[in-house]
Design a protein around this ligand. Structure first.
Ligand code: F0G
Length: 360
């Protein structure tokens, strides 16, 4: 009989805090590909690297895993509206799941600082979108305040239901490989994702499925790196708008993830992010948004500096799809826009331009 992936709540029902009487709002999230990337393994000089391609979720980012759980809980509690602060992906996901659950969504985004791909999703899913004069940290403060005092249900990752859903990515990696990697790297913004992977791998460890926790590496953009600075950054700046966050909400959980797994935090420049963004597209066949290249960029930087620990297997989560923020792919390394040549519809002249010689 044909089998269709049923979304993370049904696939991992016994490991999530859900009962049969709960509403389940799903778009079939999870079950994303774990793609072997030999070119990246060679670059890093390690045995194997796999990319967990979270851009393959229904709204194009890892946020859907936690949104199915948070919006389902909101629905079960009788909520009519959900609210989220976002650098773009959370708003796209919240808007889509709210529609699926028959609820209204309100999203607060930093004015002028989210990619148009993500904004288009929130518009398409008829979210009430407000551009806040401020950054993500201001948006989150507002969303929290509104949810405390008004009938709107907060679905940011400070809502523990979000982390419950997101932890399923760790389960899937073990299910796909049959082991946990030695090291697992990802971009680090508001710190929900690294906290969720920690939760998932911890549960795998406690259940005896794995015997050692992967070292969790969270990589930030250099202009927006509170975990490297050791305190909140007042004016975060980076082209990686998804992780342009100065005051991460899950600060303590991320510190615990690092300490418990012998992990590490790192930071890379925008230039290093864009270099890896191009490498993933051109050498691995995986098109991600620039922010999503940050984890791999951090590993490459460590490899060059000689600070990458001697490990055999690495997993890198690439968090969002390239189509979310495609402008960067249309620029070359010097920042000039790339425009494909226009040609007449004549085979011989096209062959000439391509430098092809006619078959003998
Ligand atoms: N990668 C992408 C593509 C993201 O959108 C985010 C966060 C992260 C990485 C960082 O994950 O916050 O759990 O550490 N985006 C949030 C949003 C903040 O609003 O979409 P994190």
């Amino acid at each position: 009989m044909a089998h269709q992936w049923r979304g993370v709540i049904r696939e991992y029902f016994d490991r999530l805090p859900f009962s049969e009487s709960d509403a389940i709002v799903t778009l079939g999230e999870g079950g994303t590909p774990l793609i072997e990337a030999p070119a990246l393994a060679k670059l890093l000089d390690v045995g194997s690297v796999h990319l967990k391609f979270e851009g393959m979720n229904p709204t194009g980012s890892f946020k859907d895993r936690g949104m199915t759980t948070a919006v389902s809980k909101a629905k079960s509690s009788g909520a009519k509206a959900v609210i989220a602060a976002s650098t773009g992906n959370t708003s796209a996901s919240a808007a889509a799941y709210a529609v699926k659950g028959g609820m209204q969504s309100v999203v607060l985004v930093p004015a002028g600082k989210i990619s148009w791909g993500k904004l288009s999703q929130a518009v398409a899913h008829k979210a009430q979108i407000l551009q806040v004069k401020g950054n993500f940290d201001d948006c989150l403060r507002l969303a929290r305040e509104l949810s405390e005092n008004y009938p709107v249900f907060l679905v940011n990752s400070v809502n523990p239901d979000r982390l419950q859903g997101q932890k399923t990515a760790a389960f899937e990696i073990f299910d796909a490989l049959g082991y946990a990697p030695d090291l697992h790297a990802m971009p680090l913004g508001n710190a929900g994702n690294i906290s969720a992977y920690h939760l998932g791998y911890r549960e795998d460890l406690d259940a005896g499925r794995i015997s050692v926790l992967p070292k969790l590496w969270g990589i930030q953009a250099a202009g927006s790196a509170p975990f490297i600075q050791g305190s909140p950054v007042k004016k975060p700046e980076t082209i990686a708008t998804a992780i342009r966050i100065g005051n991460p909400a899950s600060w303590d959980l991320a510190q615990a993830a690092k300490a418990d797994t012998d992990g590490s935090f790192g930071a890379v420049t925008d230039k290093e992010i864009l270099w890896m963004h191009r490498f993933l597209s051109q050498e691995c066949g995986v098109f991600v948004e620039p922010s999503s290249a940050t984890g791999a960029a951090g590993l490459y930087k460590a490899a060059k500096l000689g600070t990458l620990p001697k490990v055999n297997s690495i997993v890198v989560t690439v968090t969002g799809h390239g189509l979310k923020d495609p402008d960067w792919a249309l620029k070359d390394e010097a920042g000039r826009s790339i425009k494909p040549k226009k040609v007449a519809a004549v085979a011989d002249s096209v062959a000439g331009i391509l430098g092809l010689e006619r078959n003998k």
